[in-house]
Design a protein around this ligand. Structure first.
Ligand code: F6R
Length: 610
């Protein structure tokens, strides 16, 4: 997630901008830059890499100025490079902007603007905005920005400077966070509170479609329709800087769990054409003829990403009718898989740098397979080497235990499966439309699934001393059980095993003893009765069953000790919702047991060795 700062006031701007950017480092970034207004000109300095590199570039330069904007970039459109780093300028050097978000219609706008003679220096969607502002310039920055934004679909938090209006700074947002720090003879803009905390504890939190016109002594807030917002509430920050980086949450993991509705929305953004019942995956360049000829799919990944891959098998085999194998990446290349140019490999990796996943992908490519990557990190090795990339747009994941990366990987798998079904015509338009409508509900439903802290805390009190736990489920629930068990193991250190519920009686049932917690997912209706039978098998041996079921299920409580609920959705999409209570259970268990949630022992966020 990019970080934005802006300053106008009595202090020298550059040190304030750099301090703010440093406070936003936790959001993850690959390049950074600042723009200042100096002697009637805009001056931009930017570099790839860490802020230290930017500071080195700035060293010894005359940067005396009292107004500027800065940015840390987490690459989306276009690889990490100096040209793609923000701030971006228009052709004439009159305007400069920093942006966080995604401009969905950037390709069409870019073509239009190129046609009108605008020259682009980067591959970013952001630069479109600078040229659009230039195109609509009417001599008044406020109305110019409003006109330009009317053309834009997508999300934005934006800071804009005009060299001819050095006394004001414009900030505006839609679907990306932006705050205005209120100082004495100085004001600030920032993506997040930590950036301004050294200077002020007072802020306005901008809402969608709100614009702030910021001068050193005044902040005026209007809607994009020009309506003045009087008496905007001043937010008084009560956190310290460390808590502020986590948005007030105690840990990054909890913050990332709660970011899932937004992350899911971002993954879906621009990819659902609900009117025409079509999945839009323009980034997949794999020709239609080749998609039609795919004879076999391998999905390969590690850990949580492998669990997301398992869902692809269910969906592609059922809806596209192509055989799919899912392999742990560290095993895949050592078993000499049968691969040719009618084989498609899907690799799933949050970081895009996992050594085993990369090695598996290279092996498959060498054997002639076409590779589609699902990843979160633009410019990562996986993204660079794959033939096609579907980005999950989850924003940086900082906690070691993966949460929002998993749910957004699931969304990407769904989109890809439906896209293949669309191309191969194994589903009707009407059927696809039904799935897309259900997908569109997921962000809101994920929000509802998050609201069970109280129930989960009670379970934690009852079971935090357990040293063993089992996770059961059938069909897609079995794959979610694997992810639930992994989450519990890695952060709470409780030994947990996941089983396809029907398999338990073939050995593991011997481990079920009095009072052992057995978390059972019961969302798959076609195997529901069989799941209930498996629940009976374990309760008869003294287990305590915690079920995860739909909130419409009125029967389940008769068979189990506790129920956690999720909203009703399509069969395939339940994992996105049912994993949420499991993530929260693992989180609160770990807290109760005094574990270091964000940095569990022996683990690294990205495993770049074999
Ligand atoms: C578990 C977890 C790991 C990763 C795995 C793959 O919570 O995060 O299991 O999923 O190391 O990492 P990526 O997706 O970066 O390839």
């Amino acid at each position: 997630m990019c970080g934005i700062v802006g300053y106008i006031g009595h202090q020298k701007a550059v040190p304030v901008l750099l301090e703010g950017l440093q406070r936003l480092e936790y959001r993850g970034y690959d390049s950074a830059g600042v723009a200042i207004l100096q002697d009637g000109k805009i001056r931009v300095e930017k570099t790839v890499g860490k802020l230290e590199a930017l500071k080195e570039t700035l060293e010894g330069k005359d940067l005396d100025t009292y107004v500027g904007i800065g940015h840390t970039r987490w690459a989306t459109h276009g690889a990490p490079s100096t040209a793609n780093a923000h701030p971006h300028m228009d052709c004439t050097g009159k305007f400069v902007i920093v942006h966080n978000g995604i401009i969905e219609n950037y390709l069409a706008l870019r073509e239009e603007l190129q046609h009108l003679g605008h020259e682009f220096k980067s591959e970013t969607d952001t630069e479109i905005l600078a040229h659009l502002i230039e195109q609509y310039d009417d001599g008044d920055l406020e109305s110019t920005v409003k006109k330009a934004l009317k053309r834009v679909d997508g999300s934005f938090a934006l800071g804009v400077l005009d060299r001819e209006e050095p006394n004001r700074l414009i900030a505006v947002r839609k679907d990306s966070p932006l705050v205005i720090g209120i100082g004495q003879g100085e004001n600030f803009i920032a993506s997040d509170i930590p950036a301004i905390l050294k200077y002020t504890k007072k802020a306005y939190i901008l809402n969608d479609y709100e614009m702030a016109i910021v001068t050193k002594d005044h902040v005026e807030i209007k809607t994009l329709d020009g309506e003045q917002i009087e008496n905007k509430e001043v937010f008084e920050v009560k956190w310290d800087a460390a808590a502020a980086e986590k948005g007030g949450y105690e840990h990054f993991m909890l913050k990332e769990i709660h970011e899932q509705p937004k992350a899911i929305k971002d993954t879906l953004s621009g990819r659902l054409d609900l009117d025409n019942g079509q999945v839009v995956l323009d980034e997949v360049k794999l020709p239609v003829e080749q998609i039609k000829n795919i004879k076999k799919v391998f999905i390969t990944a590690c850990g949580t990403a492998y669990h997301a891959g398992l869902m692809g098998k269910y969906m592609i085999e059922d809806l596209v009718r192509v055989p799919v194998e899912v392999d742990i990446a560290s095993e895949f290349r050592y078993r000499n898989p049968i691969i040719d140019n009618e084989t498609l490999i899907i690799v799933v990796s949050q970081s895009g740098e996992t050594a085993d996943t990369l090695a598996a992908m290279r092996e498959a490519k060498q054997k002639g397979a076409r590779v589609v990557a699902v990843t979160n990190v633009v410019g990562s090795s996986v993204a660079r080497e794959a033939d096609d990339v579907i980005y999950t747009w989850a924003g940086p994941e900082i906690a070691v235990a993966s949460t929002k990366a998993y749910t957004t990987q699931l969304i990407a798998m769904y989109l890809l499966s439906l896209y293949f079904a669309q191309v191969r015509e194994t589903l009707s338009k009407q059927e696809i439309k039904g799935y897309l409508e259900a997908l569109n509900q997921l962000p809101e439903q994920a929000e509802a699934a998050l609201k069970q802290d109280e129930d989960i805390l009670q379970l934690v009190k009852a079971y935090a001393k357990s040293e063993n736990a089992f996770f059961l489920g059938r069909s897609l629930d079995a794959a979610v059980a694997m992810e639930g068990a992994l989450k519990l193991k890695e952060i709470s250190y409780i030994h947990a095993e996941a089983y396809a519920a029907g398999e338990l009686k073939h050995g593991t049932l011997a481990l079920i003893t009095e009072g052992i917690p057995v978390i059972t997912l019961a969302t798959q209706q076609d195997v529901y009765d069989k799941t209930i039978s498996n629940i009976k098998e374990v309760t008869a041996r003294g287990a305590d069953v915690i079920a995860v079921a739909f909130d419409t299920d009125t029967q389940i409580q008769k068979s189990v000790n506790h129920v956690l609920t999720i909203p009703l959705t399509e069969k395939y999409f339940t994992p996105v919702l049912s994993v949420i209570p499991l993530q929260m259970l693992a989180y609160y268990m770990a807290i109760e047991r005094g574990c270091d949630v964000d940095k569990p022992r022996n683990l690294a966020k990205s495993v770049t060795v074999e």
